[in-house]
Design a protein around this ligand. Structure first.
Ligand code: SAM
Length: 282
């Protein structure tokens, strides 16, 4: 039986048995492997780091999408940076008010293999007429053009390899410039119990660029180390104050049916443990 040990941390890592290796390739951008695991269903790893599993993907994709979507309430144009597995795209596409979705993914192979081996992730959303897919480095893409978006979702790998630029000051500065008035940026921002530097750095960069910023939590079983933090940054402080009644209304209006996100959890997710508050306040 083949096994994969996650190599995100040098001295600690979760182990996966692989009943069947479905796909493995050096894509030119990263090492991509997709395998079947008895507990988690199909699993994708990039450069030795778990990206998504069939069993727990809904947690992350629902929280990174519906928290900003329902807080904002009038999102028409969405940019997804990364997100090649299609999970964020599926959740964004559930919002009928969205008129245009741009997905900028550096690695075409991730999209192709996700369509083939994780059809439930995108659930047909790659064929949504509102979508345009750009195969490019997200940081490069953000340096060109003047288009703005109401919501920018950075669904990237960790800040190693191709993902590193998506945690940089210049990238966040481009995002801030390219958000429409009252727009919001949300980011995959690691598991602070083990990746505290990541959340510290994002806090410092957000603080210099945005009126209002914070983090919110989601407990993704295969992003080991306790709660993961999702970055929130906007020039409209009122978005984070939207009440649970309004969120409930909007949830109903959109006709969402989620397995992790609830309006009550949306509000609670912004309450952070003391050690994370301490890390982001220095
Ligand atoms: N949910 C996962 C997580 O939290 O780590 C992320 C999953 S998604 C598969 C990450 C995607 O980011 C990958 O498809 C990868 O190719 C893409 N990516 C990494 N660096 C990128 C860059 N600089 N520009 C655009 N996409 C990038």
């Amino acid at each position: 039986m083949t096994e994969f040990v996650e190599t995100l941390y040098p001295d600690y890592g979760q182990r996966f048995t692989a009943d069947e290796i479905l796909y493995e390739q050096n894509t030119g951008q990263q090492h991509l492997v997709i395998f079947r695991n008895a507990m988690l269903g199909r699993v994708m790893m990039l450069d030795g780091v778990v990206q998504t599993t069939e069993r727990d993907e809904f947690v992350y994709h629902e929280m990174l999408t519906h928290v900003p979507m329902l807080a904002h309430g009038r999102v028409r144009r969405v940019l997804i940076v990364g997100g090649g597995d299609g999970g964020i795209l599926r959740e964004v596409a559930r919002h009928p008010g969205v008129e245009a979705i741009t997905l900028v993914e550096i690695d075409q192979a991730v999209i192709e293999m996700s369509r083939e081996y994780f059809p439930g992730h995108s659930a047909g959303a790659f064929d949504d007429p509102r979508l345009s897919v750009v195969i490019e480095d997200g940081a490069e893409f953000m340096r060109q053009g003047t288009q703005t978006w109401d919501l920018i979702i950075v669904d990237s790998t960790d800040p190693v390899g191709p993902g590193e630029v998506l945690f940089s000051e210049s990238f966040y500065a481009c995002c801030q410039k390219r958000l429409s008035a009252g727009g919001v940026l949300v980011t995959q921002n690691g598991v602070p119990f083990f990746q505290q530097e990541e959340v510290k750095q994002s806090a410092r960069l957000f603080d210099a660029l945005f009126e209002d910023w914070h983090f919110y939590c989601a407990a993704v079983p295969t992003y080991v180390g306790g709660n993961m933090t999702l970055g929130w940054a906007s020039d409209d402080p009122s978005l984070r104050q939207v009440g649970v009644e309004v969120l409930r209304e909007r949830y109903k209006e959109v006709g969402l049916a989620t397995r992790y996100y609830t309006p009550e959890l949306h509000k609670a997710a912004f309450a952070l443990p003391a050690f994370i508050l301490e890390a982001i306040s220095n």
